[in-house]
Design a protein around this ligand. Structure first.
Ligand code: GCB
Length: 616
């Protein structure tokens, strides 16, 4: 009992430090808001003339030539050298690359501008500008004043609008967006995906009471034994609520109508921790993605969320979901709509991608290589797909640089804060194929520690590499000592050799932990048919999958899942074969027109067999 109390105290202290450090507002969907999506003006500014003066110094706030200031000409003799007007417009949300030839390869600064009115703000309400994601660096200006700057292309952020800055009419909002790559950013200069720039996700004004719930988390108590809970029909939910500031006094009311729960919790500081015993809870799983409507009411605002409750853990060499071994029938997905060659950004886009994953008989998706939009993980909750969610710590990050580590930590925290209530997410990944060295391992280890401090209810991993060897392929990356599951990318038969090499391949893992094949795949140009030995043909890819699957069936007994690379072809500037690639990574099971390649059926069949064997 005392041990449990100490653990609870430690957990809530951990959660407190996690939540107190950032001001991200979660579940904006359920709050009063005004969408700022739509048509924005832009100025393409490769020399950053709107930001730096001719001495290359950042312009001062009131500088009429700064692009954050409304361009005005009072007299016809006035000189003005910029302006926001049609037809120079871009749609938000959306990457700029797919919105005109001018932008296809553009990397640099684009200024976005729009006006908005806000009549309905009442006394004692606050207004925040909320961005789902802007790639990569965003400077936000309202009515000539800078609200802040954010780095990180795939996570949300918000800035409060000072009350005296906001007008009822004609607020002049400007966002400087810069997607230039840099060696000391996350990701760094080298990636195998398109560097889509722009305001790629929703923008809105979020209106809150003066004192409001900023973040919350409700989950099955990770310390509870799930078998016992099921047997005794006695579940424990641990909950926490973080307010934006200290409450004088107040009450948070929690209701879960379907379970007849109504609890009132007094709150005096800026947070609340509680435990809620529950009976008759239906656990969330891919086969039964049960969600409960949960309402949290405080100070006149009610946040509604659809939450699933489930337990994910490992036991020796197995991954357990709700206490039972589970095999992850996965597939990797980039946040891209292949048919349109653009970033996915809506629920309809996500429905298409996750619908394809379902069609493949998958029960899991690896959202590569960065956090996808919030619609995606919410939809995965509804559709019953387990999720691996990752930060873009990819390949050769500047591991020795503490400022870079801080940037990675910030993105990790934003990802976890936004999505920690999603039952579908079972794995936080701290990176992909990072090259082994002591400095890299210590960098990655501190990300793992941070992830655990923020959320101790999920598994932590990272996609590692393998030492190929004709005798035995060995997975012994030292980082494997710190992750909950050992995940490895392998391309036997594509990078090096041909698929028949799989026949004699043996595998060894240095850790007594579940083994997950986080990537495997081969390229094929959709519609190109030849004999199976011909690279880029659908037949080669099909053969690759056939040989891989036979090999996977011989994997060591800790083999717990696979997420082939990748669901659909995606754009990549690194893929320059003039006939077969044309700027596309062709390892998709679905081509750039949405057609399934032959290998799709091979994997689907494998998954059907596993499903029959493993799912009652
Ligand atoms: C990998 C990377 C992935 C690449 C893929 C490929 O190992 O993790 O980002 O796109 O290989 O196609 O080579």
């Amino acid at each position: 009992m005392i041990r449990k109390l100490i653990m609870l105290l430690a957990m809530s202290l951990m959660a407190l430090s996690a939540m107190a450090t950032d001001n991200l507002i979660v579940n904006t969907e359920s709050r009063e808001s005004v969408s700022l999506n739509g048509t924005w003006h832009y100025i393409l500014d490769p020399y950053e003339t709107g930001f730096y003066n001719y001495r290359y110094k950042e312009r001062s706030e009131g500088d009429p030539e700064a692009y954050w200031n409304r361009p005005v000409t009072k007299r016809k003799s006035d000189r003005r050298e910029h302006g926001y007007q049609a037809p120079y417009t871009l749609e938000v949300p959306g990457d700029w690359n797919s919105q005109g030839d001018l932008f296809t390869y553009y990397e640099g600064t684009v200024w976005y501008q729009r006006d908005f009115d806000l009549h309905q703000l009442k006394k004692n309400q606050r207004a925040f500008l909320y961005f789902g994601a802007v790639n990569y660096e965003a400077h936000i200006y309202l009515n000539g004043k800078k609200l802040g700057m954010h780095k990180g292309g795939f996570t949300p952020f918000n800035f409060e609008i000072p009350a005296d800055l906001l007008k009822e009419k004609d607020n002049f909002l400007v966002v400087k967006v810069d997607n230039k790559r840099h060696p000391d950013e996350i990701p760094t200069v080298n990636t195998d995906w398109w560097n889509y720039g722009g305001i790629t996700r929703d923008v809105k004004l979020v209106i809150t009471p003066d004192n409001f719930i900023q973040q919350y988390a409700l989950e099955l108590d990770p310390a509870q034994d799930i078998h016992q809970a099921i047997e005794e029909n006695q579940f424990l939910i641990s909950g926490s609520v973080a307010l934006n500031k200290t409450a004088g006094s107040g009450t948070v009311t929690l209701t879960i109508p379907e379970l007849s729960v109504k609890q009132r919790y007094p709150v005096t500081g800026n947070r609340l921790d509680f435990e809620l015993p529950l009976k008759n809870l239906q656990l969330w799983s891919p086969e039964h993605p049960k969600l409960y409507r949960v309402n949290l009411a405080y100070n006149g605002e009610t946040l509604a969320d659809d939450l699933g409750f489930r337990k994910i853990e490992t036991a020796g060499k197995k991954i357990l979901l709700n206490g039972e071994p589970i095999f992850l029938r996965g597939v990797a997905i980039h946040e891209e709509v292949p048919g349109d060659a653009r970033r996915a950004h809506s629920e309809a886009d996500d429905r298409q991608l996750l619908g394809w994953a379902k069609d493949l008989n998958a029960n899991m998706v690896r959202l590569a290589h960065y956090p996808h939009n919030e619609d995606m993980t919410r939809l995965a909750d509804k559709m019953g797909l387990l999720v691996w969610s990752e930060i873009p710590v990819y390949w050769t990050i500047d591991f020795g640089n503490n400022a870079v580590l801080d940037k990675a930590k910030a993105q990790l925290q934003e990802m976890i804060t936004r999505d920690r209530n999603r039952a579908s997410i079972i794995i936080w990944s701290v990176g992909n194929e990072t090259p082994v060295s002591p400095v890299r391992t210590s960098f990655m280890k501190s990300l793992i520690d941070k992830a655990r401090t923020l959320d101790d209810s999920r598994l932590i991993s990272a996609a590692l590499e393998v030492h190929y060897n004709p005798e035995t392929n060995r997975v012994d990356d030292p980082l494997g000592a710190y992750t909950d599951i050992v995940s490895v990318n392998e391309y036997l038969g594509w990078y090096g050799g041909t698929p028949d090499m799989c026949r004699t391949a043996n595998w060894e893992v240095a850790y007594d932990k579940p083994l997950f094949i986080s990537e495997t795949g081969a390229g094929a140009k959709g519609g190109f048919h030849a004999d199976r030995k011909t690279r880029w043909s659908e037949e080669y890819q099909q053969w690759y999958y056939e040989e891989q699957i036979k090999m996977l069936k011989r994997m060591p007994d800790n083999y717990s899942g696979v997420a082939p690379w990748i669901l659909a072809d995606f754009r990549s500037p690194k893929r320059n074969h003039p006939v077969y690639q044309q700027g596309w990574n062709r390892k998709g099971l679905i081509d750039d027109q949405g057609n399934k390649k032959k290998a799709f059926e091979v994997l689907k069949q494998y998954y059907r067999e596993i499903e029959k064997e493993t799912v009652q």
